[in-house]
Write a protein that binds this ligand. Structure first.
Ligand SMILES: NC(=O)c1ccc[n+]([C@@H]2O[C@H](COP(=O)([O-])OP(=O)(O)OC[C@H]3O[C@@H](n4cnc5c(N)ncnc54)[C@H](OP(=O)(O)O)[C@@H]3O)[C@@H](O)[C@H]2O)c1
Length: 265
């Protein structure tokens, strides 16, 4: 892993973003500046049905934030539906442009923090001799192209907040500098494309004070990460939420792991 510890502190140095406290009735209070830890924000989290996305919702709700949780099938999202707190579940199928637009319309603004967590591995048959073009196209479509499209659809509601944080779950496997083991064409290409899309977005939106973060969650015990992963989902998510809260870097995007260490592109 390539880690540049010297950049981390500067990028985590933060002034508080402005709180847009959410009230159940659907109105937002007059903005007040509080310490970042105490702020009650509106988080929008995709892929909230299981794994890292479900845990992000759980811990954000535990901290008293309002959460809009996006899932493909709200009716079967039983673990998510059982969570207590200020939660709204909205349907989102990222591979459909229509679903992206409908979802963006249904979400109440302002949105303070968008977490693009939903993603696919694209199968485990990704060695050179077996990878198929369709597999790569589908994986890049969901993980990068549609994620960018979804983010763009939400910008008007994010501009209504002064916090304006866009966080996308990427992977070290999308790092060109860190690729020493090859294979995994679809997944690696999709995350490298996501990283590039978010970097352009960060530059384009810098004049409007957006903060863009690409975050590697570690190798985590989920359906995607598998049972042999060294990190449990609760530890990964609690550290990621700490990094996200403190992250306040304006300008270009940053590629960090769950511990707040800057990774090489
Ligand atoms: N776990 C790891 O070790 C690891 C490491 C590096 C990066 N990451 C990244 O972290 C993120 C979360 O990973 P995870 O381990 O929690 O994965 P996971 O357990 O496989 O969960 C993925 C989530 O994404 C949703 N999703 C997949 N395709 C979708 C689509 N087309 N539209 C909408 N939602 C979709 C799934 O919905 P359904 O439940 O409906 O299928 C599920 O809720 C991913 O972006 C992943 O690439 C994970």
């Amino acid at each position: 892993m390539v880690v540049c510890h010297n950049k981390t502190q500067r990028e985590l140095d933060s002034t508080p973003c402005v709180n847009t406290s959410y009230i159940k009735a659907g109105h937002f209070m007059q903005n007040t500046i509080q310490s970042q830890e105490a702020q009650k924000l509106h988080y929008l989290i995709t892929g909230a049905n299981r794994g890292i996305g479900l845990e992000l919702c759980k811990q954000a709700l535990e901290k008293g934030h309002h959460v809009s949780a996006c899932v493909r099938k709200p009716e079967t999202a039983t673990e998510l539906r059982a969570l207590e707190g200020n939660l709204r579940i909205v349907q989102l199928e990222l591979s459909s442009g229509e679903s992206i637009n409908d979802c963006a319309e249904m979400i109440d603004g302002p949105i303070d923090v968008l977490i693009n967590n939903a993603g696919i591995m694209g199968g485990y048959d990704q060695a050179l001799h077996e990878i198929r073009a369709e597999q790569i196209l589908e994986t890049v479509n969901v993980n990068a192209i549609r994620t960018l499209e979804f983010t763009r659809a939400l910008l008007p509601k994010m501009k209504a907040s002064q916090c304006r944080k866009i966080v996308s779950l990427t992977s070290r496997m999308g790092s060109i500098a860190d690729n020493t083991s090859g294979r995994f064409y679809a997944y690696r290409m999709s995350k490298a494309a996501l990283n590039m899309a978010m970097q352009s977005l960060a530059i384009d939106l810098a004049p409007e004070q957006f903060r863009v973060l690409l975050m590697h969650p570690g190798w985590v015990q989920t359906d995607m990460g598998g049972a042999n992963a060294p990190l449990n989902v609760r530890d990964s998510v609690s550290q990621m939420l700490g990094v996200i809260t403190r992250y306040n870097h304006l300008g270009k995007a940053t590629f960090m792991n769950y511990q707040g260490e800057t990774l090489s592109w």
